[in-house]
Structure formats: C-alpha cells, structure tokens
Design a protein around this ligand. Structure first.
Ligand code: FAD
Length: 380
C-alpha cells in the first residue's frame, strides 16, 4: 500500500511496532488453536504482553504503563489486527477501560487498579450492554443503590469481552432510575465480590477464543470509592471516550483490509484454472483493483482522523465516520475476496475465511453502524 506514514509515526512508535509484531507472531499465533479450543486466552500470555510493554501503552509510567501517546496505542492495535490472532481482548483492556481510569480515577483508584492491569496481572472488561439494552444505552436497567458507605449493584450484562478472564469490570449502572442518560454512573467491580457471577461463554459465529460472556450482579456490594468519576455523569463520560474507541476499531479494520488484500493477491497469482491463474481473469483483476482503491481510501481517511486524534481534535462524529466507513469498506472487501478464493475462502485455515467470521461483528460492536449513521446525520 505504501502510503507515507512517516509524518504520523516517530522512531519510538516504529520500535514498539516491531516489538508488537514479533510478540503477536511468535508468542500468540502458535497458541491460537489452543485458545480456540479452550474458548479463551491464557493468563500467561497477558503477563508476557505486560512484560513486553504491550498493555496500557498510553497509561502514565508512574502507574506502570508505557507512558506513550495514541501513536503507541495505534501501532499495537495495527499489529494485532495484521497478525490475524483473536482471543485476548487487549484492546478493551488497554484502550477502552484503562483510559477511563486514567482520566476519571482518583489517585487512590489509579494506584489500586492500574499497575496490575499494566503488568497483565489483572484483566479489565467493560460492561455496558444488557440483554434488554444495547444500542439504547440510556435504557439499561442495572442499578446501583447507595446503602451507607456502599453501593449495592444488581443487574445483568451480556456480550462482555474478556468476560471470563476479567478481574476488574467497569460496570455501567443507573444511580437515578428516573433520569435516563443523566442517571448513569460508572463503577469498577472486582470479580471476587460476593454476588458476582459469570454466565456461560457465548458461542459466537467467529472469534472462538474471545471470552465473550454474560455477567450477573446479585446485590454486589462495593464501597462508594469504587465509583469512577461523579455520580450521574457516566453517560457523558462514555460519549467522550467513544470517539477514541471507534477510531481504534477503524485502525484495526484498515490494516485488516490491507493485509487480506496482500494475502489474497498472493493466493490468486498461484491458483491455476483454465490453463492460467485466477489472477489472469479480467473479473479478478477488476475486483482486486476496486478493493485496492477501497483500501487506499480507507487508509487515507483513517490516517486523517488518527492525525486529528493525536492533536486531540477528533470529534464524536468523526469517530463515527471512521468506524462506519472503515468497517463497511473492510466488510465489502472481505466478502469479495472470499468469493475470489472459491471453496478455500470458506475453509477456516485460510486467513480470508477466518476474517470473514472474526470481523463481521465489527459492523455491530462499538455501536452498530446504523447508530453511527444516525450520529453523523444528526449533525447535518
Ligand atoms: C463480539 C462482540 C463483542 C462485544 N463486546 C462488548 C463489550 O466488551 N462490552 C459491552 O458492553 N458490549 C459489548 N458488545 C455489545 C455491542 O456493543 C452491542 O451488540 C451493540 O452495541 C448493539 O447492541 P444490541 O446487540 O443490543 O443490538 P440492538 O440495540 O438490539 O440493535 C439491533 C440492530 O438494530 C439497529 N439499530 C439499533 N439502533 C438503531 C438506530 N438508532 N437507528 C437505526 N437502526 C438501529 C442496528 O442495525 C442494530 O444492529 C459486544 C458485541 C459483540 C458482537
């Protein structure tokens, strides 16, 4: 693809990129089959990722993090996506939950939760979605009620990434049932609290090693100090963080499309049919030319927003545009490349088939793409 990216990434970013690439290829890829079978990643890998500086790259060093900027986050996200591994929810851990604690946590909260997370000793999960409320977050029903010095949390969450492995869960609750979005607060709940229970591991179409699970909270008592930020401000906090979360998805999607295009080209140029190769058919060349154009457009758009975010200028709508465009573009490319592979495109040992099942969800999670369109349209 070779779009000039030197004006985005510095040498320290590129060094971290090499570390990440080596780690995902050498320490994770060989474990993929085992993780798929067990339905989750192993904790040893989390510890190793922590030791390699690949967790919580943007958390300040004084709390055990990498002390980096969003460029460091981006290179890790890109290399994770390029490698094709799936399972450990490093993104949710490092790039979704940790930033909330850095931004909203008190000194005591940061010292209590971040060093273990940066080292991979404790794993984070983000619990927003409920069986009855996904896109419509204002309608969640999990509630936290003040009782003396504690809050008592009751409710259930579903589709939670890292759900089986998580030690510290950022739980979105209602603290004022009558106030809609203005009655939402955030709590960190330790998984060893009485009344907390993990449900079954959910059987997804793809990503078999990602431990997506249901979580149940039955009168779980947490001290008031476990509330993150101010009471009833949770929805505002989430809206502020969502732009970055969506850019992270977009970064992964852009690289995925580029990588699959390279792998598909290699396959097509050696696959024989009718005395030539599949690549030689005009239909193939035209389809691939379209995908190349899509990949370039996606890269250009995503890098544009990456630059904006490095200058802290990314807006909610721009985060939505990045997520919408990149995941739709990637998905169209994947579907076309499955077709060009023929039956092999349906066999899971081929990266394109694996991407077909693993990445379909990107148009749904992080906010369904229809919600992205709604967000964008509201500003027009
Ligand atoms: C693999 C995976 C991992 C996930 N990880 C997490 C996690 O770690 N933590 C977490 O909290 N959640 C997680 N989720 C949940 C995810 O965020 C939700 O699935 C998503 O927000 C959609 O919510 P829903 O599934 O309840 O769909 P619904 O809200 O029921 O929506 C269904 C469909 O209706 C349409 N729709 C919804 N709203 C609108 C609208 N305003 N305008 C037009 N159309 C609309 C869309 O097509 C949407 O896909 C994960 C989901 C998946 C699949």
């Amino acid at each position: 693809m070779n779009i000039e990216r030197d004006n985005i990434f510095r040498e320290d970013h590129q060094l971290l990129r090499e570390t990440a690439r080596r780690f995902f290829e050498q320490e994770c890829m060989p474990k993929q089959a085992q993780w798929d079978e067990e339905g989750k990643s192993d904790r040893e890998t989390w510890l190793r990722a922590g030791a390699a500086g690949l967790l919580c790259a943007s958390v300040p060093e004084e709390y055990g993090g990498g002390g980096g900027d969003f460029g460091h986050v981006a290179v890790i996200v890109e290399e994770f996506s390029r490698s094709g591994i799936s399972g450990p929810g490093f993104g949710v851990h490092s790039d979704v939950v940790a930033p909330y604690i850095v931004r909203l946590g008190t000194e005591q909260q940061k010292r209590a939760w971040l060093p273990d997370a940066c080292a991979g000793r404790k794993i984070f999960a983000m619990a927003m979605t409920e069986p009855g409320a996904g896109s419509d977050l204002q309608s969640i029903r999990a509630r936290a009620t003040l009782d003396g010095d504690d809050y008592v949390i009751s409710g259930s969450k579903t589709f939670i990434t890292n759900g089986l492995n998580a030690d510290l869960i950022l739980v979105v609750c209602k603290t004022d049932l009558a106030a809609g979005a203005k009655g939402i607060s955030l709590f960190v709940v330790e998984s060893d609290r009485a009344g907390f229970r993990r449900g079954r591991k959910l059987h997804k179409v793809g990503q078999p090693a990602a431990d997506t699970a249901e979580l149940f909270f039955d009168e779980v008592r947490v001290p008031a100090e476990n509330m993150l930020g101010e009471e009833n401000q949770g929805f505002t906090y989430m809206m502020q963080e969502l732009a970055q979360e969506r850019l992270v998805i977009a970064l992964g999607a852009a690289v995925k499309l580029e990588t699959l295009l390279e792998q598909t080209l290699e396959y097509l140029k050696q696959r024989p049919a009718f005395g030539k190769t599949i690549w030689d058919f005009q239909n193939t060349r035209f389809k691939i030319a379209d995908i190349k154009a899509q990949a370039l457009a996606t890269r250009t758009l995503v890098d544009h927003y990456l630059r904006a975010h490095l200058q802290r200028k990314l807006t909610r709508e721009e985060g939505a545009v990045a997520k919408l465009f990149s995941t739709e573009s990637m998905w169209k490319g994947i579907d076309d490349m499955v077709q060009l592979h023929g039956g092999y495109g349906y066999m899971l040992e081929y990266p394109i088939a694996r991407a077909f099942v693993d990445w379909r969800a990107a148009r749904i999670y992080g906010g369904a793409n229809e919600v992205m369109r709604d967000l964008i349209a509201r500003k027009l």
